[in-house]
Design a protein around this ligand. Structure first.
Ligand code: CUA
Length: 357
């Protein structure tokens, strides 16, 4: 009995021992799986440079994957050499072989690989900075605090202006003219390509060509101030016909007010002098049109994907929240908060703005 008992004790001790040894290994493997899953979850989505929707981004993504594959090969080689060095039986080596291994692996290989990468990378640059062909769509982007004014250069000098949203035709080159008055930004649409700085006092140009339809996200890629992280923009890539219809609609003045609540909202808009900062083409009260270039053009604000540069969705609830709490939602914004606006007025104002499709 005693012998059997001590055998049991020894067995359970052994099991505990094995568990202790294997558990950290399983933890490690589990952690590795989670890390890899997290790593690759970043490869897709509306703002991924590794899920390209434009020629420039495709070429950068190709280069990236070649570099990842090359780094993986070199890493595997180094691990092999390390294991070999630790495990191999010690024996006399020819000094000449060792010297050639160091020169070949430590000098020649890095010089060849890095030079090839540099030459390939530099050769890609002229294509990215070359102007778009004559007759291409031209869009001016003004970087503001903290949003993007988007102005389309359309036939007949029509003013077509958006805020924090771009719509582009697929497979058509587009040229962006980038400007800023008082702050540096960096214009970046990761799935399309870029990025390029907006510098006060200078005009920079960027040509891109989208290759598939969809809704994507752009961002400011340079720390520019309080609301740097709150100036994203939507990029909607459409078929050419659909894009032309959309552009023709954007060129139209705002729709007439639809009902009594929207009409009240319009009165609030002019009564609170929102027209001192915002344009709504086609709307006026007592001969006072809404024509100002301080804030975003709101002629078709109701049709946009989001408001406040991606900070809020575009619906009457969110519009009300924005007007009440501008500084809270976007620190540093120039738009004042209308905290004491009566609730009914605010509700009507949100309906009026959302109806501007
Ligand atoms: Cu604009 Cu960061």
């Amino acid at each position: 009995m005693i012998v059997a008992g001590s055998g049991l004790v020894t067995n359970s001790r052994k099991k505990r021992e094995i568990c202790r040894r294997t558990k950290p290994l399983w933890d490690l493997r589990g952690g590795l799986v989670v890390a890899i899953a997290l790593l690759f979850s970043g490869c897709g989505g509306q703002r991924s440079a590794l899920d390209p929707a434009g020629i420039a981004a495709e070429r950068v993504a190709d280069l990236y994957w070649w570099m990842v594959a090359g780094a993986a090969v070199i890493w595997a080689l180094m691990i092999f050499l390390t294991v070999y060095a630790v495990r191999a039986r010690r024996r006399a080596e020819n000094e000449g072989n060792g010297k050639w291994l160091i020169i070949g692996g430590g000098v020649v290989l890095p010089v060849v690989v890095l030079t090839a990468l540099l030459v390939h990378g530099l050769a890609m640059l002229p294509d990215f900075t070359a102007p778009a062909p004559t007759g291409s769509l031209k869009i001016t982007i003004h970087g503001k605090q903290w949003w993007w004014r988007v102005r389309y250069e359309a036939a007949g000098n029509q003013l077509i202006e958006m805020a924090n949203e771009l719509r582009l035709p697929v497979n058509e080159p587009v040229e962006f003219r980038l400007e800023s008055y008082d702050v540096n930004h960096s214009f970046w649409i990761p799935p399309l390509g870029g990025k390029l700085d907006l510098i006060p006092g200078r005009v920079t140009r960027l040509a891109l060509k989208p290759t598939r339809t969809g809704v994507f996200q752009g961002a400011c890629a340079e720390y520019c101030g309080l609301s740097h992280a709150l100036m994203s923009f939507s990029v909607v890539i459409l078929e050419k016909d659909e894009f032309n219809r959309w552009l023709a609609n954007q060129a139209q003045p705002a729709q007439p007010v639809a009902d009594a609540e929207a009409a009240r909202g319009q009165e609030v808009f002019f009564g609170k002098a929102c027209n001192a900062c915002h344009t709504i083409r086609g709307h006026a009260i007592n001969g006072m049109p809404a024509l100002s270039a301080i804030g975003p053009d709101l002629t078709h604000v109701g049709s946009r994907v989001s408001i406040a540069a991606g900070a809020l969705p575009n619906n009457p609830d969110a519009i009300r929240r924005w007007i009440r709490h501008t500084k809270f939602i976007k620190p540093g914004t120039l738009m004042p908060a209308f905290a004491d606006l009566p609730e009914e007025d605010l509700r009507a104002l949100a309906v009026y703005l959302k109806n501007l499709q």
